[in-house]
Design a protein around this ligand. Structure first.
Ligand code: 13P
Ligand code: SF4
Length: 310
């Protein structure tokens, strides 16, 4: 970055920190965001963990640097707070692959199945689900259910991973995250051969053949924990590219190599958009009461059976 761009960035950061105080706002920044966004964060982390943290604060405003389904989850857990998403176009193609209509159709087709929704779903889909899960607790959640059949949505790769760790019948949803799904196992194998002493940490939204050659599978919230505790010095991080920046900050005594793709939705949030949102209160997330209360039930059910959400 040139000197003048750096100065401009510093000015924007200073302005945001001032606006944050004026509005009694808490700023949440997902692990996949641009590195400069980390500098304005009160909390940096995985999608559900951030919303849980924000709900515990007495802030009036939550500004979520992430994607829309994450901001909706923040609203569900903090209905009285104003929730802002700096860029309303920051969607998620995985979450958009599960619609209320399609889920209702699947429920009609499998009336005896429980519905387990990954946190990467819209609030209206969560509201008609029996229970939510994260990538960290998906297996635990599914195994806790009394039903023998489970509609698992929207990620087919995470669903397949769950299928390998349960006796339940999993009805897979044909959804996927293009950022993770296009990471290729053969290319990862070549990478591993180049760095034979590096351990591979992969997000469970990656394809099965890639997960099979990984050493540890976890969501973004579990990656730093694993790297800190594991005896290895070098890690290959298989997920969205921003995660490596975050791991280098959190675990400075270890080396992280990226095997990654960029999520354009995550990178579409910028400092100027944060300023605009805080000043003009643009892009407030609003949800109907019944969606908030029903989505909340699905999230609370998950938290009641699993404290292991990250
Ligand atoms: P985490 O829930 O692991 O933070 O992941 C969010 C996400 O968007 C994965 O692609
Ligand atoms: Fe959605 Fe994939 Fe981007 Fe995560 S990385 S926000 S799942 S498109």
């Amino acid at each position: 970055m040139s000197q003048s761009v750096l100065q401009e960035t510093d000015k924007l950061i200073e302005l945001i920190l001032e606006l944050k105080k004026q509005r009694n706002a808490v700023i949440l920044v997902h692990n996949y965001q641009r590195p400069e966004m980390f500098k304005i964060a009160d909390y940096i982390g995985d999608s559900l963990g951030l919303s849980i943290k924000a709900a515990e604060t007495d802030a009036d405003v939550i500004l979520f640097c992430g994607v829309k389904f994450m901001a909706e989850t923040a609203k569900v857990l903090s209905p009285k707070k104003t929730v802002l998403l700096p860029n309303l176009d920051a969607g998620c193609s995985l979450a958009d692959m599960a619609t209320v209509e399609r889920l209702q159709e699947a429920k009609r087709k499998h009336p005896d199945a429980a519905v387990v929704s990954y946190v990467n779903t819209t609030a209206d889909v969560k509201a008609i689900s029996d229970i939510c899960c994260t990538s960290a607790n998906a297996v635990e959640v599914v195994n806790s259910l009394k039903e023998k059949k489970v509609i698992f949505l929207p990620d087919r790769n995470l669903g397949r991973y769950v299928q390998q760790h349960t006796d339940k019948e999993i009805i897979l949803w044909d959804g996927y995250c293009f950022v993770h799904d296009k990471l290729d196992a053969d290319t990862l194998m070549e990478f591993k051969q180049k760095y034979p002493d590096a351990k591979v940490i992969a997000h469970p939204e990656c394809k099965d053949e890639l997960l099979k050659i990984s050493d540890h599978i976890c969501g973004t919230g579990g990656m730093a924990k694993f790297a800190k505790l594991d005896g290895s010095k070098n890690f290959i991080v298989v997920t969205e590219c921003g995660m490596t920046d975050k791991l280098r900050q959190d675990v400075p005594d270890k080396n992280f190599l990226s095997f990654c793709n960029i999520c354009p939705y995550m990178k579409s949030t910028t400092l100027p958009l944060v300023v605009k949102s805080l000043v003009q209160n643009t892009n407030e997330i609003k949800l109907p009461e019944h969606i908030i209360s029903n989505a909340r039930k699905a999230i609370d059910k998950m938290l009641a059976i699993s404290k292991n959400a990250a």
